[in-house]
Ligand binder design. Structure first.
Ligand SMILES: [Mn+2]
Length: 328
């Protein structure tokens, strides 16, 4: 099945004059790093491609970007073949959604549950069982990757390993099943060095980022008989610290170890009164909550965007959690 998809993808690439790779908005260490891996695979098959970004700061990934060809989105951009990674929804492409309309052929590779604004693809692989989009790329192109020179193989293995570190939150999320370790063993054999990648990707915070996290943690409040934890970071905090929040990992990872919780909601103000809300729960289906408000993700980890002041958006989420408990 996967051999068939990879050969069909290379056939699409052969027929295309231009190829773009992109991912969801507020790109992360899965979608963006999977794009680096896919670009390297294409390059070694002699297909040039460009990764289209929102112009976000990619410095977190600099250790994997020596060969990366990327460009911020500009209105009017057109590519014959568009590859969308870690995303199956047009809505989640944000300002880059017109790339979908302009493309002649579209390939979608994703592990999110399809919800709304589903991209109509000529070729797609969507499987929520996979731990990361990067993991899907590795399994999909495994035979091709293994035929590459050792240093190319190592680069792809490094990138895929990072997508797994990202989406499992360092092997601590519920998606860390046996196949994840089997895949990581294969990646390690292909040259990935877990200790160096852990250091480069998960332990490179700036003092400003640590201050941002620390201030955000002081906002912790408990609700619904102390079963739900809320915390937030307002825009002024990022501005005071001169921190570009698109460069840092979600603050939720610092509260996922709090004992006796049934859910977490982290509210991050991206623009005045625009809040990115990250939901986590091992008990409640937070994907349903996020989807109801135009967001999406996974049952145990989802995200959405809400408009309003902090009090209002927190009220909305508190009500959703209250209803979700009633349904249990
Ligand atoms: Mn992902």
């Amino acid at each position: 099945m996967t051999d068939n998809i990879s050969s069909r993808l290379f056939a699409l690439a052969s027929g295309a004059k231009s190829i773009a790779i992109t991912t969801h908005m507020h790109s992360d260490g899965d979608g963006m790093v999977a794009a680096f891996a896919l670009q390297e695979i294409l390059r070694n098959k002699r297909f040039a491609s460009t990764i289209i970004t929102d112009g976000e700061d990619l410095s977190r990934y600099s250790f994997l970007m020596d060969n990366a060809m990327h460009q911020p989105y500009q209105e009017g951009m057109q590519y014959e073949l568009l590859m969308v990674l870690d995303c199956n929804s047009r809505d989640r492409l944000g300002q880059r959604a017109p790339l979908v309309d302009a493309a002649q052929k579209i390939f979608v590779l994703d592990h999110h549950v399809p919800e709304h604004g589903i991209i109509k693809a000529d070729l797609q692989l969507i499987d929520p069982y996979y731990v990361s989009a990067g993991a899907m790329i590795f399994r999909l192109f495994e035979r091709t990757i293994m035929s590459f020179e050792p240093e190319v193989r190592k680069f792809i293995a490094d990138a895929v390993y990072v997508t797994i570190l990202n989406d499992t939150n360092n092997f601590s999320n519920a998606n860390t099943h046996a196949e994840v370790f089997e895949l990581c063993a294969d990646l390690t054999r292909a040259g990935a060095q877990p200790q160096l990648l852990h250091k480069a990707f998960l332990q490179n915070q700036s003092p400003q980022e640590m201050l941002y996290i620390g201030h955000s943690l002081t906002s912790i409040r408990l609700h619904l008989q102390d079963r739900i934890l809320f915390l937030h970071s307002d825009l002024s905090l990022a501005q005071e610290l001169k921190l570009d929040t698109s460069t840092i990992m979600s603050v939720t990872r610092y509260v996922q170890g709090v004992a006796n919780l049934d859910g977490i909601a982290y509210f991050q103000e991206l623009e005045p009164d625009i809040w990115k809300v990250s939901l986590r729960s091992l008990k409640l289906n937070v994907q349903a909550i996020a989807a109801k408000h135009g967001g999406g993700g996974h049952q145990k980890a989802s995200g959405l965007t809400l408009k309003g002041n902090l009090q209002d958006v927190q009220k909305i989420i508190l009500e959703e959690f209250t209803q979700a408990f009633k349904k249990l």
